[in-house]
Design a protein around this ligand. Structure first.
Ligand code: MG
Length: 165
């Protein structure tokens, strides 16, 4: 079957550590702890990239941007997102919408959601209301609840280029 839409899911986790910067959806978060990572650790963007790659069976973010060697060391994840979306568009697809769920105990990030939406929308060249960002805690259960890390789920719908209105 040759559907004009493709769905993709992405999931990523990063560990929290004192003294590191925290980035989520391209926004620097005011936090004494940040994410351990080879890149800037923007776990939300990583999940979004994986969702887009997954929709087209284009492997995963680690395949395209390996976390070994110096090429992507300290990389700005906004650039990884831009390059990932280049792959999507070259394959003939465009983003319909994305829905991102960030699971983090602290800090509260809900007030930053509009800025996160705007940041991602600008990178992708879509309307901000095509990008949903949701934040939840786990009621202190599990590794996120113990403030050991952050997990993010992302779902995207891709539409074959030319079929979006
Ligand atoms: Mg990651």
């Amino acid at each position: 079957m040759n559907l004009a839409i493709r769905i993709g899911h992405g999931y990523d986790v990063h560990r929290l550590q004192d003294g590191l910067p925290m980035y989520l959806c391209g926004i620097r978060i005011d936090s004494p702890r940040g994410f351990v990572a080879h890149s800037d650790g923007d776990v939300a963007i990583h999940a979004l990239c994986d969702a887009m790659l997954g929709a087209l069976a284009l492997r995963d973010i680690g395949y395209h941007f390996p976390d070994q060697g110096d090429t992507w060391k300290g990389a700005d994840s906004k650039r990884l997102l831009s390059l990932t979306y280049d792959l999507v568009r070259k394959a003939g697809w465009t983003l319909g919408n994305a829905d991102i769920t960030i699971i983090l105990q602290v800090p509260k990030i809900a007030p930053l959601v509009p800025r996160m939406q705007a940041c991602l929308a600008e990178i992708l060249g879509v309307a901000a209301d095509s990008i949903s960002v949701k934040a939840t805690t786990t009621e202190r259960l599990g590794f996120a609840g113990r403030e050991e890390g952050c997990e993010v789920h992302a779902v995207v719908l891709l539409v074959r280029a030319g079929e979006i209105s």
